[in-house]
Write a protein that binds this ligand. Structure first.
Ligand SMILES: Cc1cc2nc3c(=O)[nH]c(=O)nc-3n(C[C@H](O)[C@H](O)[C@H](O)COP(=O)(O)O)c2cc1C
Length: 306
């Protein structure tokens, strides 16, 4: 069985990656996860300069999932290159650098700065972060703005450009089409939903910034719907994430049309998940007689009505 996934000129050895922001720069998980078995590592968002992020508290656990308002805290391009990339590179696993910024030029600066670095597999363009006042989701909610950004980035690299979309939009297909028309090689969906949880005793939102990004098991149906919609709207691979907490969840995404998946918040509870998910996908595929990832999407039994 060949579970590899091709995007542009590059290949993931298997479809199970770890999502941006929940895996740091991988070193943090060195003792917990057999890193070499991962299909891909999506780094924490990288911006040109280091960012401290939003004020605390910026995480809250809820019964339904978690809220975060990290605000793209990261070490910045230069420290990423000198301190984080060497370890990531040593793993021999595809490293997808999640790129963010406040203005278009920030995204371009990060990509330019990494082009001379070996072993960067590709870029995930984060136009979907709900936790920053400037940039982030504001690039990913208007098709013309998104199109212009990707058109600016496309000539800067021959590596895969994956555009990560937000579910906080009326028409995700339109955004996906705009990104692909401008040269995106793949889409990933979903980033977090906007959410708020209030402590009724303190009468305050539990996260300092009030509205934050909501992720975890409860968002799975939103992500599966987004992937289903996108995979029918664009001719490029779609990478599915949101709420995956076991192999059955991952299989739902693959049946909906995803070519690969990412494991996010659920890793905090179970760092072994990527390994057990890959095993579950393989066993399911064997039972179904699937021999490649594309067989999942082709097997979905459902005809659209109305
Ligand atoms: C603490 C935290 C930090 C995150 N940071 C980023 C980030 O830097 N860039 C990004 O594109 N997504 C970021 N995300 C979003 C996740 O990659 C993912 O899209 C989202 O959490 C949905 O997946 P999940 O339900 O499996 O967690 C972050 C999520 C969490 C929980």
């Amino acid at each position: 069985m060949d579970l590899s996934v091709r995007i542009r000129n590059s290949v993931f050895p298997n479809p199970v990656g770890v999502a941006s922001g929940v895996f740091g720069y991988a070193k943090e998980y060195e003792l917990l996860v057999p890193l070499q078995q991962l299909g891909a590592i999506y780094t924490k968002a990288i911006t040109p300069k280091p960012r401290a992020g939003n004020p605390a508290p910026r995480l809250a656990e809820t019964r339904w999932g978690m809220l975060n308002s990290i605000g793209l805290a990261n070490v910045g391009l230069s420290a990423f290159r000198s301190q984080k990339l060497p370890f990531l590179r040593s793993l021999g696993v595809p490293v997808v650098v999640n790129v963010a910024g406040s203005v278009e030029e920030d995204y371009a600066e990060v990509i330019r700065g990494l082009e001379s670095e070996a072993d960067v597999w590709g870029y995930e363009v984060n136009v979907s972060c709900p936790n920053v006042r400037h940039g982030g989701q504001s690039f990913g909610s208007r098709p013309e703005v998104l199109h212009d950004l990707i058109r600016l980035l496309r000539p800067l690299t021959d590596r895969p450009l994956v555009v990560k979309l937000s579910p906080n939009t009326a028409d995700i297909a339109e955004l996906g089409r705009a990104a692909v028309a401008a040269g995106a090689d793949a889409l990933s969906a979903i980033n977090t939903l906007k959410g708020m949880v209030i402590d009724i005793h303190k009468k305050r939102p539990k996260v300092r910034r009030g509205i934050a990004g909501f992720s975890g098991p409860a968002v799975l149906p939103v992500g599966v719907a987004a992937v289903y919609t996108l995979s029918r709207a664009v001719p490029v691979p779609v990478i599915g994430l949101g709420g995956i907490a076991g192999w059955e969840d991952a299989v739902q995404y693959l049946l909906a049309g995803a070519s690969a998946i990412q494991v996010g918040s659920a890793l905090f509870r179970d760092p072994d998940l990527p390994v057990s998910i890959l095993k579950g996908i393989r066993t399911y595929a064997e039972h179904q007689g699937f021999t490649q990832v594309g067989d999942f999407a082709a097997a979905l039994k459902w005809e659209e009505v109305g």
